[in-house]
Design a protein around this ligand. Structure first.
Ligand code: PLP
Length: 392
């Protein structure tokens, strides 16, 4: 063990990334892999957004900005939150970060002390676990189940509240299940938060990807909730801008003032050119966004019955671009299913165990390929599962 590894601070915990690395390693050595694993839209960033970034470069917009972001971008975000979710934030209450990812870390740095417990909808986006661990806190999963489409049951939250509980992370629509927490449940969660005096982290990164009749309700719009909520959102998923690294948190002004210096310490500011691109995303035409949303809806509508035909069950996803699929009928545990599927058919999907699931029944399929490619992938998945069943 190297000297540096011996000197690691206790806050650095072992997160097991070996399975992901192995999968990516296998895929790297193969031709024509159909990637339905990552949550990275297959679309290019809309042209006018790229053009705005180029114009920003030509206009020498390549200096630092203030740590909370370009004033005009913060204003555009505040306007968008009002128009799309009914949220009341001023421009001063927005902190632009390097993706939602940096907002998550900043939030945990600000609010989690050693020993604090953080509840989170599960299966889950495990960045939350890592961020909570790094701050000495304890992530506490709140389970959801296929039998009711992975709907979050507020009673499951309340049952896990202890004197150490500091906050609940509400991710709706959820990654990896696509489950949308309906307005009635959001209201019940708000009551729980008020009753037990806990803070809500509302990760709404998938809120624009919603399939009828599902509805999104931003919890910070409810009475008494803005002061105890941090709303997170960003551009990666909505505008197919994963590599640009722009996200934000929205929170009351005095909290924003307190996190401005730590935010400066993390990376000073979000890439200036990317901020100009994000501004164009919000203020420019929205037709490309609607075209992408239509395409996701078509893919989802095709994929769900195809999964049923292949002998799988799943939780009906109300939003996002994932189907959390039960592959236990294949006779294989999900990690083995995914590794063999990749090696034998060239289709990459990820097991639910990568999302903190203790069950090995599930894989996450992200429908982030053109429909024709998804059809090819699905034929391979169905044939693979059939042969696994036959030899089980
Ligand atoms: C629920 C959730 N939150 C946050 C992120 C981070 O997104 P980004 O940092 O690209 O904005 C992701 C990415 O997959 C996610 O699924």
């Amino acid at each position: 063990m190297s000297l540096l590894t011996q000197r690691l601070a206790p806050r650095i915990v072992e997160e097991d990334g070996s399975f992901r690395s192995r999968m990516l390693g296998i895929a790297g050595g193969m031709k024509d892999v159909i990637a339905l694993g990552r949550g990275d839209p297959d679309f290019h960033t809309p042209h006018h957004i790229v053009a705005a970034a180029k114009a920003a470069l030509d206009a020498n917009a390549h200096h630092y900005t203030g740590p909370t972001g370009l004033p005009e971008l913060r204003q555009a975000i505040a306007d968008d939150l009002k128009a799309s979710c009914g949220l009341d934030y001023s421009a001063g209450e927005i902190v632009v970060t390097a993706g939602v990812q940096e907002s998550i870390m900043l939030t945990m740095l600000a609010l989690v002390a050693p020993g604090d417990e953080v509840l989170i909808t599960s299966p889950r986006f495990t960045t939350y676990d890592t961020a909570v661990h790094l701050c000495g806190g304890i992530p506490v999963p709140v389970p959801t189940f296929e039998a009711n489409d992975f709907a979050l049951d507020p009673a499951e939250i309340e049952a896990r509240i202890t004197p150490r509980t500091r906050m609940f992370v509400l991710v709706s629509p959820n990654n990896p299940t696509g489950a949308v927490t309906p307005p009635a449940a959001i209201r019940a969660i708000a009551e729980i938060a008020l009753r037990h005096d806990i803070v809500i982290i509302a990760d709404e990164i998938y809120a624009r990807m919603l399939y009828a009749p599902n509805e999104h309700l931003s919890i910070a719009t409810l009475p008494g909730m803005k002061e105890r909520t941090i709303t997170l959102n960003g551009f990666s998923k909505t505008y197919a801008m994963t590599g640009w690294r722009v996200g934000y948190l929205a929170a009351p002004l005095d909290f924003v003032e307190k996190v401005t210096e730590p935010r400066h310490t993390l990376s000073i500011n979000t890439c200036t050119v990317s901020q100009h691109a994000a501004l164009a995303a919000l203020t420019g035409p929205q037709d490309a966004l609607h075209a992408m949303l239509d395409e996701y809806a078509q893919r989802r509508a095709w994929l769900m019955p195809a999964l049923t035909d292949a002998g799988f069950t799943y939780g009906h996803p109300g939003g996002a671009f994932y189907v959390y699929t039960n592959v236990s009928s294949s006779g294989l545990a999900a990690p083995e299913f995914c590794e063999r599927l990749l090696k034998e058919t060239g289709v990459m999907v990820f097991p639910g165990t990568m999302f903190g699931d203790t069950s090995t029944d599930y894989i996450r399929i992200s429908y982030l390929q053109p429909l024709e490619r998804i059809k090819v992938a699905m034929a391979r998945i169905a044939a693979f599962a059939q042969s696994a069943r036959a030899t089980a």
